[in-house]
Design a protein around this ligand. Structure first.
Ligand SMILES: [Zn+2]
Length: 315
């Protein structure tokens, strides 16, 4: 059994990928009470694949993660832990199997407590979000760990996510010859966006006592100080030190995040609103985005207008 006495708060970044969770993780990790763990659900996979932590070391050589991996519940191997995690966090209709809440709860409670023990943080930020095989993670952590959970529901304009997903590929977005394939792939992304946010809404309804703060990516990048203040209010901490660091251009620590992207090792953070999609996204993509209408509308994205200016306030 776990011997830890600390009861860290799990701060869960819920939502879909490519929504700015790495940026939010870097910013919040700069607060002394918070440890940004990155995409924590991938810990066993990253350890097995020797994917480096954002400190540059493989997990078994990193001071934080080697400790955590060496303090799993008794008789639990990382391979078993990975299997249990995937089985529990994947929705049944995508192949998840009957859950073992007791073992899952012990595993993840122990991991969060080990992180808090090793880092001294009161809050552990988990950016695993809710895409496909992590869809049920938020609910599972609430249901089984008996640790306090707070959810930051991060949303971003689905049209910007389409652009972010496809601009990196070799073929240009508007290349006509591949448009049918591209359209199908885009629709898949939009359905993923819908499913992830619908899962967050469902979790919210199932656990009404869990505090949730919705943050729009456009507000985080458009009015970062105000948005950070709102997050500080939500977590009952003073975000001014982080805001000051942002304003002075002082470097941010890369920390010890799992997964995420290269931004974690960038040092100084320069926030800029990434709005290239407003000019570059082809018309058919704007039309496809209407598939997300009910939730996009709920999150104040006006699909009839080709921009998503910050609102300056979130709900
Ligand atoms: Zn590390």
């Amino acid at each position: 059994m776990s011997t830890y006495t600390a009861e860290p708060t799990i701060v869960y970044i819920a939502g879909y990928g490519r929504s700015g969770s790495t940026l939010l993780d870097i910013l919040l990790n700069a607060h002394p009470y918070i440890f940004g763990a990155g995409e924590l659900t991938e810990i066993f996979e990253a350890a097995a694949a020797r994917t480096p932590c954002s400190c540059g070391q493989p997990l078994d050589a990193c001071a934080i993660w080697s400790y955590v991996l060496n303090h799993l519940p008794a008789h639990t191997t990382p391979a078993e832990a990975e299997h249990l995690t995937r089985r529990t966090e994947t929705p049944r209709w995508l192949g998840g199997s009957p859950r073992n809440d007791e073992a899952y709860g012990l595993l993840w409670r122990t991991i969060f407590q080990a992180i808090a023990h090793q880092t001294g943080a009161r809050m552990v930020l988990d950016s695993s979000k809710n895409s496909r095989n992590t869809a049920e993670r938020t609910a599972a952590l609430i249901r089984t760990t008996h640790l306090p959970v707070r959810i930051i529901h991060l949303v971003r304009d689905p049209r910007a996510i389409l652009y972010a997903t496809f601009r990196g590929s070799n073929r240009r977005l508007e290349q006509e010859g591949h448009a049918p394939t591209r359209r199908t792939a885009m629709l898949r992304v939009l359905i993923g966006w819908m499913m992830a946010h619908a899962t967050v809404e469902r979790t919210r309804a199932a656990y009404p006592h869990i505090p949730v703060k919705r943050i729009r990516y456009e507000d985080l990048t458009g009015t970062p100080a105000l948005t950070l203040q709102q997050i500080g209010g939500f977590l009952n901490i003073d975000m001014q030190p982080v805001i000051n660091r942002l304003h002075t251009g002082a470097p941010f620590e890369g920390g010890h995040g799992i997964g995420g992207n290269r931004m974690r090792r960038a040092g100084a953070v320069h926030i800029r609103a990434d709005r290239a999609w407003e000019q570059a996204l082809p018309r058919y993509a704007h039309l496809l985005a209407w598939a997300t209408w009910p939730l996009a509308h709920r999150y104040a994205y006006d699909l009839a207008h080709p921009n998503s200016a910050p609102q300056g306030a979130s709900t």
